[in-house]
Design a protein around this ligand. Structure first.
Ligand code: PAF
Length: 295
């Protein structure tokens, strides 16, 4: 595996590999099995696997955790190597945003609700950096986790709208044995907060169970989701919603029709940690089948 910091060197390495297909996994590092699963898929499906580690300043708000975002470049490189990454791109901020940088990619509609309401500018930062990374790597396939469900929808839309010839592949959230979705930010949680954080998976499970038992009022399902989370006084709920899985249109106030897709999506603040999670409501969710968290 080669570790590369410059865009010119990255382009030359990709060109010289003469690969039939390039699979790309963009990350912000502090890698866990959610990321290495993406590497494994990219390895299985492509000739050349490129990963990037770049903590992107433009997607953090002024009061967010950019300065303290966990970093472990040596451990990350080891994980990339072990999971078949060929080229690991670790650019500096100046390499990605050289002086004079003046272009921002904004994706409308999909970014106004859910996390967009609580993190102004976040999705413009994500869409901009991912568009730039797609431009640098030129992958045939790019891999993202479904844990950031809104991010995945925004990236799909951005790539389609900008006519970028990349297949955007979303893969199920990887969970701990007890159901907590893997996240680099879980490292911020105290032991007590770690216990409370299990309420995200419990709330999703309870809502899935209510749907299976016949509840079709989206508002009732949203209220159940919220109530399971706010039972814990430490939880500052940001939102608990059901959304259309493609358009992300909020479904509160509607009755779910037979065959209609619905995704439960939640975000909350627990102490200094912001946590998000989501699950399919209308069909089996693979992320709940691979753990003890139940269906
Ligand atoms: O999901 C992430 O780690 C980041 O938002 C991404 C997609 C790498 C863009 O910085």
């Amino acid at each position: 595996m080669r570790i590369i910091a410059s865009t010119a060197e990255l382009r030359a390495a990709i060109r010289d590999a003469h690969a039939g297909s390039v699979g790309f996994v963009p990350t912000m590092g502090y890698l866990h099995s959610g990321h290495t699963t993406l590497f494994d898929h990219a390895r299985n499906e492509n000739d050349l696997v490129v990963a990037s580690i770049f903590v992107n300043p433009t997607q953090f708000g002024p009061n967010e955790d950019f300065a303290v975002y966990p970093r472990d470049p040596d451990g990350d490189a080891e994980k990339c190597r072990a999971h078949g990454v060929d080229l690991l791109f670790m650019p500096s901020v100046a390499e990605v945003y050289p002086s004079g940088h003046a272009t921002t990619v904004t994706v409308d509609h999909l970014t106004t609700e859910l996390c967009g309401r609580f993190r102004p500018g976040h999705f413009a930062g994500v869409a901009t950096v991912v568009a730039k990374l797609f431009g640098m790597v030129g992958p045939q396939r790019a891999y993202f986790g479904e844990k950031d469900f809104q991010q995945l929808a925004v990236i799909r839309r951005m790539a389609f709208d900008l006519n970028i010839a990349v297949e955007v592949i979303g893969l199920p959230t990887i969970r701990e044995e007890d159901g907590l979705a893997r996240s680099s930010r879980n490292v911020y949680l105290s032991a007590d907060e770690r216990q409370v954080a299990l309420s995200l998976a419990s709330a999703l499970r309870a809502t899935r169970a209510a749907y299976r038992a016949g509840e079709r009022s989206a508002s009732a399902l949203c209220d159940l989701l919220a109530a399971t989370l706010t039972r814990h006084p430490e939880v500052a709920l940001q939102y608990a919603e059901l959304a259309d899985p493609d358009s992300l249109r909020l479904l509160r106030g509607t009755t779910l029709e037979a065959g209609q897709g619905a995704r439960a999506i939640i975000a909350l603040q627990l102490g200094r940690t912001r946590l998000i999670d989501n699950a399919a409501i209308d069909h089996d969710d693979p992320s709940f089948q691979t753990t003890q968290a139940g269906a």
